[in-house]
Design a protein around this ligand. Structure first.
Ligand SMILES: NC(=O)C1=CN([C@@H]2O[C@H](COP(=O)(O)OP(=O)(O)OC[C@H]3O[C@@H](n4cnc5c(N)ncnc54)[C@H](OP(=O)(O)O)[C@@H]3O)[C@@H](O)[C@H]2O)C=CC1
Length: 316
């Protein structure tokens, strides 16, 4: 069964269809700094999608090995979520890697247990064997008092309290639209991050979201940055442009797309079970696309629409 679907989070429908973060520099070696002062390592290594196993508490050794492998090849940013069912695997992998906790940036996300963020965070920390999370996100805005007994504003206030208690360094959201973010604009704690689906074929998960976040100092993270390379999207208008740039820079298509994401001022969160790809997807520092090339990808990507997640919530 496709990931997220069991909880109704994913529609499998596949439709063809100004940089300013807190201190997001505009150079090739872009850095992203959160309100706590922490710098987010780029790219992030995802533990959802292909490893999703919500509701299954047994340890999946494949996931532990993949995260250990990611850490060993150099990732220092692990993206988790309560709903992925991979939090215990993340905890084990961090221990097995031998890398000190303070050198790894760990993200968690809350949703099914949104009614009680405090209990959900305690459970996440216990499973991950950690004392704190670097970043905790409300996984999606699709809940309210009627459905879950809590509103976005109420959940945000509790996350803010948990941040104040030192259990989370920074707080943010995921899959939020402009209207959702506007609900939190006067909150005491600012939204630090919005993690959205973003790639050349989906440059705005919801109308105006990238521009709004970048103008309001909300750091964007891109999940499914390599969407154009999955079999269902391959062969589209982006392919000749990416192949041309890959040949020019002696890189592969994945590296060109991930670099484009970074040069758009967005942090890619990527996943691969293949060690070779884990390495190449991390090796992004020694080349820079020209601004014309970034624009060329923008334009080629705009000719096709491809959305993998939450499609039933967004039109189209
Ligand atoms: N907030 C949210 O609602 C969501 C968050 N996420 C998070 O984002 C993470 C990343 O999402 P995901 O869609 O997996 O990301 P990607 O776009 O990075 O990966 C998609 C697929 O591409 C393949 N791939 C990886 N590298 C390459 C390459 N260089 N060339 C060709 N194919 C490649 C991978 O398979 P292979 O193993 O074969 O390399 C992978 O399954 C998730 O693990 C999760 O943590 C994801 C979805 C929703």
């Amino acid at each position: 069964m496709p990931i997220y679907r069991r909880l109704g989070f994913l529609s499998s429908q596949l439709t063809p269809s100004s940089l300013r973060s807190f201190s997001c520099s505009s150079s090739a070696a872009m850095t992203f700094t959160l309100p706590s002062g922490a710098t987010v390592p780029v790219p992030g290594f995802g533990t959802g999608t292909k490893w999703y196993k919500s509701g299954d508490a047994s340890i999946d050794r494949k996931v532990v090995d993949a995260v250990v492998s990611g850490l060993k090849v150099g990732y220092r940013h692990i993206d988790g979520a309560e709903v992925y069912g991979t939090e215990a695997e993340i905890g084990l992998a961090i221990k097995e890697s031998g890398i000190p906790r303070d050198q790894i940036f760990v993200t968690g996300k809350i949703l099914p247990k949104i009614a009680n963020p405090r209990a959900a965070l305690e459970e996440t920390l216990k499973l991950m064997q950690l004392d704190y999370l670097d970043l905790y996100l409300i996984h999606a805005p699709f809940f309210d008092v009627k459905s879950r007994g809590i509103s976005i504003e109420m959940a945000w206030d509790i996350l803010s309290e948990l941040k104040g208690e030192g259990k989370i360094r920074d707080i943010g959201v995921s899959n939020f639209s402009v209207a959702d973010l506007e609900r939190l604009k006067d909150a005491k704690e600012k939204v630090a991050v919005n993690q959205i689906e973003f790639n050349p074929y989906l440059q705005n998960q919801t109308p105006g979201i990238v521009d709004y976040c970048q103008k309001n100092g909300i750091i964007l993270e891109a999940y499914t940055p390599l969407g154009p390379l999955v079999p269902a999207a391959k062969g589209g208008p982006l392919e000749p442009v990416v192949n041309k740039l890959a040949a020019k820079y002696g890189r592969d298509a994945g590296q060109i797309i991930l670099k484009w994401v970074i040069q758009r001022g967005i942090i890619p969160i990527t996943t691969s079970a293949k060690v070779e790809r884990q390495k190449t997807n991390l090796d992004l520092d020694d080349f820079t696309l020209t601004s014309e090339e970034v624009k060329e990808i923008d334009e080629a990507g705009s000719k096709k629409h491809f959305r993998l997640y939450w499609a039933d919530k967004y039109i189209p």
